[in-house]
Design a protein around this ligand. Structure first.
Ligand code: 9YW
Length: 440
């Protein structure tokens, strides 16, 4: 166990650090993930952040979610970035000039991206309410509910490219794990050259070590996919005919299913019918089992719709369907075996943090972003899944390990998966919010 995670004084110190970080990143109606690297509002960041804010600043938790959903498009999509017009043009790349959302009918007045991120917002809203179950919270839930339903409807109606009941992501950024090895196979088929990046100026590599970030070739492909989707008017019609990246992601779809479970509970709280949400949740879990479960490995793998094959890389994405309460015991048990294996090392007493990628893989990279480092949001989801499926001791081990990371290095964006050293942005929103949640 990392030093300094034991006593109540340590917990008080960590809580103070987390609240200070959230306060410092608060920006009129939302929280920036990082003042330097990410000075706008990000979709799934806001969801995780609301969970932590609910404990200390419940009013801000609801404002965080409300401001994000004000930028929802007419088709129901919740954009993955909402640009703050007060931030200097060029402070973040790619900015509004790349997305040109103003040209798209149905986009909001504020500039946004055209992509989405994992829909963890209904779950966040439910958990925020449970932390602060007062009339204001209930009123906020009531206001959010139709927007959360529309978010799910967009994904179900427009993004089921294969017609199999699962959501297809059209860009690695939609997964939230941008450069995960899970995307290497589908990305290799996207035409682009690293040289394209000479025409642009990346900003991430001025705020963070380039060796810890995606490569220029990754970025060239990211931009090629954005351009393809934008030229298509961000319309989701006919994607199967030519869009260069079409993947069904286990985490995205687990979040999609968990959202229906959360919506059922929210519906019951506000006097609406939970039945349709429960039925949809069941269908999503069945589709995940049918389409993304790999019986050979016992884990879940992304499906590349362009080849109709499961991706081979064993990433932490595969463990996240544990958050689904209706995942059958047999498959849940197999995921726990995978989590406890040398690949991920989840244990009652963890000797190292949970990595984002199989640490025994030859291309495991302990410093590079989503290709190895440990991230609090992923640990938080896996811990939730372990609790959901009756593994409180493993969940406690993971919790201790995550708190130890923040105790040792502060509210960093990600952490070295061997040493626990802090990497990326030093004052990161969801790290602060989720450690508060873990300490509650
Ligand atoms: C980028 C804000 C976002 C997260 C993503 C993460 C990163 C943006 O930062 O993407 O420029 O690389 O991958 O999950 O939402 O924190």
């Amino acid at each position: 166990e990392a030093a300094g995670t034991g006593g109540p004084a340590d917990a008080t110190r960590l809580r103070r650090l987390a609240v200070d970080t959230l306060d410092a990143n608060w920006e009129h109606d939302h929280t920036v993930p990082s003042r330097t690297l990410y000075p706008h509002q990000w979709s799934w960041d806001s969801a995780f952040i609301a969970i932590g804010l609910a404990q200390v600043r419940p009013d801000r938790a609801w404002r965080e979610l409300a401001s994000l959903f004000r930028a929802q498009w007419a088709d129901g999509r919740v954009p993955h970035i909402v640009f703050n017009p007060a931030i200097r043009v060029g402070a973040y790349f790619p900015g509004p000039e790349m997305w040109r959302s103003a040209d798209v009918p149905g986009a909001p007045a504020v500039a946004t991206s055209g992509l989405v991120q994992p829909p963890v917002h209904a779950l966040a809203a439910l958990l925020a309410y449970r932390r602060a179950p007062d009339p204001r919270g209930l009123a906020a839930l009531r206001r959010l509910y139709p927007a959360l339903v529309a978010q799910q409807r967009y994904l179900a109606d427009r993004r089921d490219v294969a017609g199999d009941g699962l959501v297809c992501i059209v860009h690695p950024w939609e997964s939230g794990l941008d450069n995960s090895p899970a995307w290497d196979e589908p990305m290799a088929a996207v035409p682009a050259e690293a040289a394209v990046m000479r025409a642009y100026r990346r900003h991430d590599t001025t705020h963070a070590d380039a060796a810890h970030r995606p490569t220029d070739l990754d970025y060239a492909r990211y931009l090629a996919i954005v351009a393809a989707y934008r030229e298509h008017g961000y319309a989701d019609r006919d994607l199967a005919d030519g869009h260069p990246f079409l993947v069904e992601c286990p985490l995205f779809n687990a979040a999609f299913g968990a959202a229906e479970h959360a919506l059922a509970e929210i519906a019951a709280l506000i006097g609406d019918d939970p039945g349709p949400h429960r039925a949809r949740a069941t269908r999503i879990t069945e589709a995940l089992l049918r389409r993304l479960h790999d019986p050979d490995t016992g884990t879940f793998q992304p499906r590349d719709l362009r080849t109709d094959r499961l991706v081979n890389a064993r990433t932490v994405l595969g463990l996240t369907p544990l958050i689904l309460p209706d995942l059958p015991t047999r498959q849940a048990d197999a995921l726990v075996v995978e989590a406890r294996s040398a690949r991920f090392g989840v244990a009652r007493r963890m000797d190292r943090p949970l990595p984002t990628y199989d640490r025994t893989a030859p291309d495991f990279e302990p410093l590079r972003y989503w290709r190895g480092p440990s991230w609090l949001n992923i640990g938080w989801l896996v811990r939730r899944g372990l609790l959901t499926h009756g593994h409180p001791e493993l969940a406690a081990g993971l919790r201790r390990s995550m708190i130890g990371l923040v105790a040792g290095a502060g509210c960093h964006e990600y952490f070295h998966p061997d040493t626990g050293a802090g990497l990326g942005s030093p004052s990161f929103g969801w790290t602060a919010a989720l450690v508060l949640d873990l300490l509650a």
